[in-house]
Design a protein. Structure first.
Ligand code: FAD
Length: 498
């Protein structure tokens, strides 16, 4: 019976886990152990729509509090300056896994040439606008948004809410563990204190102190699919640049570069493959592209992959302690929120005493999420035909996409039909078929069913794109929408039940 939960780590993963347990299982005592001298990772700033849902709907954090303290900006999707097209937008609303009522085939069959303004989000992104305007001029805040958020600010906000929710914080460095027949009995701090618990969540970041180090769970490397293993990170104070309502991802000689938009800061990072470019060369290429980046950008090393099992005995890992992939789709916080919800669900259904079969099922479900994301990210690389560098040649030749071979084959034969979903092994991620179709069409991957619409169909299709564009043109910029939600007369409609 779980009565006393110890969370190791107070980065975003540890705090989201601790707060979620307090909120949903208040009968369990929650302590967070962390070492302020190690600190939090300090990167991780793009999110997906399950993140606001987790904060506001699941945890019941009032929007007003969150907006005031965390100062997020909105993200409608990712603009890929990437591949055979000049750019394409991956939005959080269905662009391709959808069909107009007046047309016979799904949208994907109509965008061989023009893959733009397919939905309102994409049109808003193209116009540099974040939300359409209501009749009274106020932003019509749509559910299909995520946030850009500064990691350290976010952690500070969560910590404040966690303290108010009764989470106990213990400062100290974990040095060792004590075990019993159920797994871990206690963690031992450097100063000799023993912190006992009957269930442990390892959120110690890349150090994976409990799952990786203490329990020695084997790590599954994704290096056959994802070749990048470092990032050079830097940013600058915003001056005249407008706040864009999306993350930008663009190809570089040996990887790709993100741009994330905060209100006062622009955050940039170049994710690269250290086998094929030195840190110094990567930093030089990064600075040449971003002259405003300071002279000493930070280098962050990582390995893409996950532990074989996330839950071993009475220890479960969440966040970077359990697995990590490069931030190409900002998946880390998405997985944190989704796995925390799954875990709490499993523990609730087990009446706080989870059985081995419940644990095995959790491991199967979470493992599938990681494999799905590995393959989805791999699909950003392999179909590229634009970049002619040794790194991109290698991506085309060597990226292992055997996990989605059935989908790729079905797409080749049948094009962007919604039936492609039946060739996916699992649907354990938030991207779904939409994500795969955006990558396949964004890269203009050829298929054997090109469609020639009639003149009438072309007219309907063009009118649809034009209507999205016109509505977007009348929308609000991020700056304008922020001014509205900060006005004392603005009212959020929260669900206080969480
Ligand atoms: C280059 C890069 C870019 C990223 N971009 C994104 C993004 O855009 N979107 C996204 O969702 N994610 C992104 N991430 C991932 C993101 O950083 C993490 O999802 C998120 O911040 C969670 O981190 P964490 O809580 O697991 O670990 P951390 O923030 O590293 O926290 C670890 C915690 O463990 C504690 N700790 C560790 N060892 C000990 C010990 N021995 N004793 C006591 N305490 C200990 C530390 O004190 C700290 O509190 C990015 C990551 C990298 C590397």
């Amino acid at each position: 019976m779980i009565k006393n939960l110890v969370v190791l780590g107070s980065g975003s993963a540890g705090l989201i886990a601790a707060l979620s347990f307090r909120r949903k299982l208040p009968q369990i005592q929650v302590s967070v152990v962390r070492d302020p001298s190690i600190g939090v990772i300090g990167v991780g700033e793009g999110t997906t729509p399950n993140f606001p849902r987790h904060l506001f709907d699941y945890l019941g954090i009032p929007r007003k509090t969150f907006y005031e303290l965390a100062e997020p900006t909105w993200k409608l999707g990712i603009r890929f300056n990437w591949g055979a097209r000049e750019h394409f937008n991956y939005t959080f609303a269905p662009q391709l896994d959808a069909r107009l009522a007046q047309l016979p085939l799904p949208n994907g069959f109509y965008c061989d040439e023009v893959f733009d303004n397919l939905d309102l989000s994409s049109a808003l992104m193209n116009q540099g606008k974040v939300f359409p305007a209501q009749a009274n001029g106020c932003p019509d805040i749509q559910p299909w948004h995520a946030f850009h958020i500064e990691n350290e600010k976010f952690v500070a906000v969560l910590e404040k809410i966690a303290v108010a929710s009764g989470v106990e914080f213990i400062d100290g460095r974990v040095d060792d563990c004590r075990r019993n027949d159920n797994g871990l009995k206690a963690i031992l701090l450097e100063d000799g204190r023993l912190i006992e618990g009957d269930y442990f969540i390892d959120c110690s970041g890349f150090r994976s102190e409990l799952l990786g180090k203490a329990l020695q769970e084997p790590f599954l490397d994704f290096k056959k699919t994802l070749f990048c293993d470092r990032a050079v990170v830097g940013g600058w104070e915003r001056t005249e640049e407008p706040i864009l309502p999306y993350t930008t991802s663009e190809q570089m000689s040996t990887g790709w570069c993100w741009q994330i938009e905060h209100e006062r800061l622009i955050n940039r990072g170049y994710v690269y493959c250290s086998d094929m470019i030195s840190d110094e060369e990567a930093a030089n290429e990064f600075r040449a592209k971003n002259p405003k980046v300071p002279d000493d950008p930070r280098i962050v090393k990582f390995r893409s992959g996950c532990y074989q099992r996330m839950w071993v005995d009475n220890v479960v890992a969440i966040g970077n302690a359990g697995g990590f992939v490069e931030p190409l789709e900002a998946t880390a916080l998405m997985i944190v929120c989704s796995h925390v919800q799954t875990l709490i669900n499993f523990i609730q259904h087990s009446q706080l005493a989870p059985s081995p079969s419940m644990r095995d099922l959790y491991n199967r479900v979470t493992h599938e999420t990681w494999l799905d994301i590995r393959d989805f990210l791999g699909l950003h690389y392999k179909p590229d035909t634009a970049m002619k560098t040794p790194f991109w040649d290698r991506c085309r030749e060597e990226t292992d996409l055997s996990g989605i071979e059935e989908l790729l084959e079905f797409y080749r034969e049948n094009g962007p039909t919604g039936f492609c979903r039946y060739s996916l092994q699992s649907t354990q991620n938030d991207f779904g078929l939409e994500g795969y179709l955006v990558m396949l069409l964004g890269h203009r991957v050829p298929h054997q069913k090109p469609y020639q619409p009639t003149d009438e169909e072309c007219k309907i299709w063009r009118a649809h794109l034009e209507a999205n564009k016109r509505k977007a043109q009348g929308g609000l910029t991020v700056e304008e929408a922020l001014a509205y939600v900060r006005d004392p007369r603005w009212q959020w409609h929260d669900n206080p039940q969480g």
